[in-house]
Design a protein around this ligand. Structure first.
Ligand code: SF4
Ligand code: SF4
Ligand code: SF4
Length: 288
């Protein structure tokens, strides 16, 4: 009897571990980053910073698996507002793309460069555009608007992001060339840049009736995110044999991903923000 109970307890614990494996793995990954950076740099900031982000992301994932309605918003606000308010406004580190260029060209591997490397350049090989679905401080506000599913077909405006990307790079190069780039200038650029992003994002969402219009057409970060997330280990997979072609997943997808196909080449494949809405909508569990 006692043996049976022991087996049942072990089975239960193993089942829990399996259920929450993504959250646990993310926690371990962020702790590994936190501890390695702390030990190699000697800065306690890295330990606290990446531990905090890892804890928020893994709690968010566990809440999501437990089907709490606001799990994604929990992660968006705990991580997004921490980066925007604490790192950006209080610590005055430019966490936008201009900050990344500036610190990179200055040879300063601080929060800005590491943030880009982990969340937006190399991390997407592992967790795709999870940053866009769960942590971006721009999208955390845009997602509050009422246009959760795009009201019209996607426009052919994706080229704008490359112009914005080139402009941000040129702006930093010019400022550095003129010897006007310093932490104060970069702080004001961060504030102004965010005000512009929010204003453009909100106006576009209202005009195009699509909360994520800014992500689809304007955001320069997608220039990094798209090619890297093509190879992502974590992705929504479709069991095409199981799929009954009801189209419910396509209707709820905010990014118009052709998620009822399994190929990495499916339409808008590199736009998936891993929000999981399609999985919840699928009546036959074809999406994993
Ligand atoms: S595309 Fe840009 S604005 Fe949109 S969620 Fe991703 S990083 Fe944020
Ligand atoms: S609904 Fe599915 S396919 Fe669309 S962005 Fe969210 S996770 Fe990706
Ligand atoms: S919701 Fe499920 S069954 Fe319906 S089209 Fe999408 S993957 Fe297929």
């Amino acid at each position: 009897m006692a043996e049976k109970e022991k087996k049942n307890t072990f089975g239960l614990q193993f089942g829990m571990l399996k259920k929450y494996k993504t959250g646990i793995l993310l926690f371990v990954l962020f702790e590994a980053i936190a501890i390695s950076l702390w030990l190699t740099s000697g800065q306690l900031f890295f330990l606290l910073n990446f531990s905090y982000i890892g804890i928020c992301i893994s709690i968010g994932d566990i809440l999501m698996v437990s089907q709490w309605k606001y799990a994604r918003e929990f992660t968006q606000f705990t991580v997004g507002s921490y980066i925007l308010v604490f790192l950006g406004l209080i610590c005055r580190e430019n966490m936008q793309i201009e900050g990344f260029w500036y610190y990179l060209f200055s040879g300063v591997v601080g929060a800005g460069v590491l943030h880009y490397a982990i969340a937006k350049i190399f991390g997407p090989l592992l967790f795709g555009r999870g940053w866009c679905g769960f942590a971006c401080w721009t999208a955390m506000i845009l997602d509050l608007l009422p246009y959760r599913q795009p009201a019209h077909p996607r426009k052919n405006f994706g080229w704008i992001r490359y112009v914005v990307f080139g402009f941000s790079l040129a702006l930093v190069i010019v400022l550095m060339y003129l010897d006007k780039a310093n932490t104060t200038t970069m702080f004001y650029l961060f504030v102004i840049g965010n005000v512009i992003y929010y204003a453009v994002g909100i106006i576009l969402a209202i005009v195009l009736k699509d909360n994520r219009a800014f992500c689809k057409y304007i955001c320069p970060v997608a220039v990094f995110l798209k090619p890297m997330s093509y190879f992502s280990l974590l992705r929504i997979k479709c069991d095409e044999e199981k799929c009954i072609q009801c189209g419910k997943c396509l209707k709820v997808c905010p990014m118009e991903v052709e998620v009822n196909k399994n190929s990495r080449k499916r339409k808008n494949a590199t736009e998936c923000i891993l929000c999981q809405k399609c999985k919840k909508a699928c009546p036959v569990g074809a999406l994993k």
